[in-house]
Design a protein around this ligand. Structure first.
Ligand SMILES: NC(=O)c1ccc[n+]([C@@H]2O[C@H](COP(=O)([O-])OP(=O)(O)OC[C@H]3O[C@@H](n4cnc5c(N)ncnc54)[C@H](O)[C@@H]3O)[C@@H](O)[C@H]2O)c1
Length: 447
């Protein structure tokens, strides 16, 4: 099938590449000329495991192409996927300017029936706005062309995006048009071979499903972080508690890891956007407000622990920092906990020697020549001359480091671990002082 994808970010590029990989003829369009230039020259602008080979393979096969030409993009696909950003607006609501701009472009150039498929995460009611924006352009052109709008929210996880797209838990299709539904069934047919993963519903429910999923996941994290904070004040070990509650099948082991807060381009903005949507219809989402509040506070917990260790004076201290991306297997630093930590440290007069396996370029782009930041080529270099080590991202290569050489390289043999990667007893054997999240009374944060 002929498919157009607007937006070649984490979602758009993965969607385009995977749809091409199952045989569709895909044209990806982006307004960012630099990005499209790179893609045309075989460079992948983001780090996502496995994406480069799948893009290369499908470009070579002629099934995946890139353009900045809107008219060509609209002309190409019977299905027009919108996968542009929906960043938070000043008041926390989702900024829909990019989504509606694409809808207008489609109305401006379409010459036959189209299905506009919204993959961006958008508030309930956006389907109507997309329809109205495209219809207004058609009216302006004096055309009566038919089209449908579908909500098809994306649930892929950065770092595992290809696998998530290729083997989705579910494919949600929100529409009341049978014609559109049939086309979407055909698009996704190759992803349903082992069993049917399609879930059909109305468009508003589909839009809300995406927010509900992310809000639920964020709630699990903030819940565990809250219990971790209580745990360390009581001298309990959150890791034992985690295993204890996870064994209950009604709770389960998935996604109940305590840590230094959730980040990324989705959870923070989607939780606030949903509270905002609720407020707009006269409902105060108290639970979701609390989820956000707990998370915002959790992003300062590592700094509090470091500051407590140095008795409130970190000025001039050098902190080795392992992990800058908001989670492993991505270079995405949007809302990353490491950013909050670094900013807290700089404000207090400390220096940071940072290393991340993939997010160094992104850190350089965001913080440039920030005083007090030294970017290091390896995790070992980051330790040299540092006072203590802090870990913000659970990259595999941090899971089993050489503790003896960490202790030797640091001025003080102290690790602050925002992801609970190690066993406290093991670090004790290496003569290290270990502060993690919610693990016993010595973890108590300054109040
Ligand atoms: N990143 C994720 O893990 C993830 C997962 C599920 C859903 N989502 C949602 O998917 C959407 C996209 O997220 P992302 O992370 O891929 O964003 P992104 O910022 O990585 O990419 C968005 C792209 O859209 C392009 N763009 C903006 N206006 C355009 C226009 N008029 N025409 C064509 N391209 C345009 C931008 O240049 C950019 O390349 C968001 O709504 C997000 O909430 C993201």
């Amino acid at each position: 099938m002929k498919i157009t994808i607007f937006g070649t970010g984490y979602v758009g590029l993965v969607t385009g590449a995977c749809l091409a990989d199952v045989g569709h003829d895909v044209l990806c369009m982006d307004v960012d000329e630099n990005k499209i230039g790179k893609l045309k020259n075989g460079h992948i602008p983001i780090y996502e495991p496995g994406l480069d080979s799948i893009v290369k393979h499908n470009v070579e096969a002629g099934r995946l192409n890139f353009t900045t030409d809107t008219e060509q993009a609209v002309g190409h696909g019977a299905l027009q996927f919108i996968a542009v950003g929906t960043p938070p607006d000043e008041d926390g609501s989702a900024d829909l300017q990019y989504v509606t701009a694409v809808a207008r472009s489609i109305g401006q150039y379409m010459t036959d029936y189209k299905v506009i498929v919204d993959k961006s995460t958008v508030p309930v009611g956006t389907g109507d706005k997309v329809y109205a924006a495209a219809r207004a352009e058609l009216d302006r052109r004096g055309l009566e062309l038919e089209f449908d709008v579908v909500s098809n929210p994306e649930f892929l996880k950065e770092g595992a995006a290809i696998n998530d797209f290729m083997k989705p838990d579910r494919i949600v299709i929100g529409t009341d048009s049978e014609r559109a539904q049939d086309l979407l069934r055909e698009v996704y047919y190759p992803f349903n071979r082992s069993h049917d993963r399609m879930i059909y519903m109305d468009i508003r429910s589909a839009e809300l499903t995406k927010y509900a999923a992310n809000a639920m996941l964020a709630t699990k994290i903030s819940f565990m972080n809250e219990i971790a904070n209580i745990s360390e004040r009581l001298g309990a070990d959150i890791e034992a508690v985690r295993r204890g509650i996870g064994s209950d099948p009604r709770i389960g082991y998935h996604f109940i890891y305590p840590g230094c807060g959730y980040g990324g381009s989705c959870f923070p903005k989607d939780v606030t956007a949903l509270t905002r949507t609720a407020r707009d219809c006269d409902y105060e989402a108290r639970l979701l407000n609390a989820v956000d509040e707990v998370n915002a506070a959790q992003k300062h917990v590592l700094f509090d622990k470091v500051s407590h260790y140095f008795q409130g004076n970190v000025e001039g201290k050098v902190v080795a920092l392992w992990g800058l991306a908001f989670k492993p297997n991505t270079d995405d630093m949007r809302e990353a906990s490491a950013r909050m930590l670094m900013e807290d440290l700089w404000k207090a007069g400390a220096k940071v020697q940072a290393f991340d396996p993939e997010a160094m370029e992104e850190t350089q782009r965001i913080y440039g020549d920030q005083e007090g930041l030294q970017l290091c080529g390896t995790k070992e270099q980051a330790l040299k001359g540092a006072d203590v080590l802090v870990i913000c991202t659970e990259w595999k290569e941090f899971r089993s480091p050489d503790f003896a050489s960490i202790a030797a390289a640091l001025k003080e043999p102290v690790i602050f671990d925002g992801r609970n990667l190690y066993e406290p007893e093991m670090l004790e054997r290496y003569g290290m002082i270990y502060y993690a999240i919610g693990r016993g009374r010595n973890q108590f944060t300054a109040v």
